[in-house]
Design a protein around this ligand. Structure first.
Ligand SMILES: [Zn+2]
Length: 77
């Protein structure tokens, strides 16, 4: 019956965080992340630097970079 990760409760106030909308929409593996890697501070926009963890930040940046790469195919040679 123990579903709550004590690390989440002790390190962050989960009431002041929420899942990142950007990552939830663009990352097909969003639900495979650790819970903390999904979260951004609730007072912030859904941007990379709002993520609570380093891993969440990096994954958010990778999604952004992938979008930029998709918009600008490598035509210059
Ligand atoms: Zn994100």
């Amino acid at each position: 019956m123990e579903h709550i990760d004590p690390a989440i409760n002790s390190r962050f106030d989960t009431r002041s965080s929420r899942p990142c909308e950007f990552c939830r929409e663009h990352d097909p593996k969003f639900r495979e992340r650790r819970p903390l890697d999904q979260m951004v501070a609730s007072s912030r926009k859904a941007i990379a630097s709002a993520h609570l963890t380093e891993d969440g930040y990096v994954r958010h940046r990778m999604l952004e970079l992938r979008q930029i790469a998709a918009r600008a195919p490598l035509t210059a040679a």
